[in-house]
Ligand binder design. Structure first.
Ligand code: PEP
Length: 263
């Protein structure tokens, strides 16, 4: 299987946004543009609302579409149920019908103490509960400028490799390459630089798993309608993780259409 035959993904990471009324409007806008469109057959689509809105967004989507996934932005290092105030486990997400979760976003690594050990525990819990994970990797500007980007990113992939079986790589893991200097800054990696990193990740993956050609590798970092087509045309870019532009239904759906049309 060539990597270019992977069905693309476009996932909106809403981060700590928006308020409830705007969430309802945003979901309605996405449904208006996507629920009757062929794009959902050509592209996996997901949205990652705040934890408080996971169920309401799921219910609102289900009225018109069962194809748009609701993605949790985080999960607990603790599994199952128990006396862990403030936490939501993989099993509780799965029980609520939430099948996808982000792990390793640079904001969680940098601001909330998600160390490699913490991320591995979250990943192990998520995989064991049957969740699909979107595992984020990416280098800082200083690391890129000092020529370390490939090594840093591959190390982040290797960090989880001993916890993921070939079948799990194939069925439960998506990688999102998000150069930290491009997140929320308006700066995007050029399609050539992004493609080069994605090819590097896929090459590195081929040493770690026989499923390397089946792992979707998304690009994230200031993806917008204006740059989506060029990114989508790259053979190893299998979709996008979109922050800011996913808070507007028109721009999010334009990005979905760009990826749906390209593959
Ligand atoms: C993100 O936070 O995952 C992201 C890619 O954000 P933005 O699109 O705003 O750069």
């Amino acid at each position: 299987m060539s990597a270019s035959t992977i069905k693309p993904w476009v996932v909106g990471n809403w981060k700590m946004n928006p308020v409830q009324a705007e969430t309802t409007q945003l979901v309605a806008g996405i449904l208006d543009q996507l629920s009757a469109s062929d794009a959902l057959a050509a592209c996996h689509v997901g949205v990652a609302p705040i934890a408080l809105s996971l169920m309401t967004v799921k219910q609102q989507l289900a009225e018109k579409s069962h194809e748009i996934a609701v993605v949790a932005q985080d999960l607990s290092v603790k599994a199952g149920t128990g006396a862990f105030t403030g936490e939501v486990s993989a099993e509780l997400l799965k029980d609520a019908g939430i099948d996808h979760v982000l792990i390793g976003h640079s904001e969680r690594r940098e601001m909330f103490g998600d160390s490699v050990e913490v991320l591995k525990q979250k990943l192990v819990n998520a995989l064991a509960a049957g969740l699909k994970i979107i595992y984020c990797v990416g280098e800082t500007l200083a690391q890129r400028e000092s020529g370390q980007a490939n090594d840093v990113v591959m190390q982040q992939v290797k960090d989880i490799a001993d916890c993921v079986s070939d079948l799990q790589w194939q069925q439960q893991v998506v990688i999102a390459y998000e150069p930290i200097w491009a997140i929320g800054t308006g700066k995007t990696a050029s399609p050539e630089d992004a493609q080069a990193m994605h090819a590097n990740i896929r090459q590195g993956l081929s040493v770690l798993t026989s499923a390397a050609s089946q792992v979707a590798i998304l690009y994230g970092g200031s993806v917008k309608p204006e740059n989506a087509e060029a990114l989508a045309a790259c053979p190893d870019i299998n979709g996008a993780l979109v922050g800011g532009a996913s808070l507007n239904a028109d721009s999010f759906c334009a990005i979905v259409h760009a990826f749906a049309a390209s593959k």
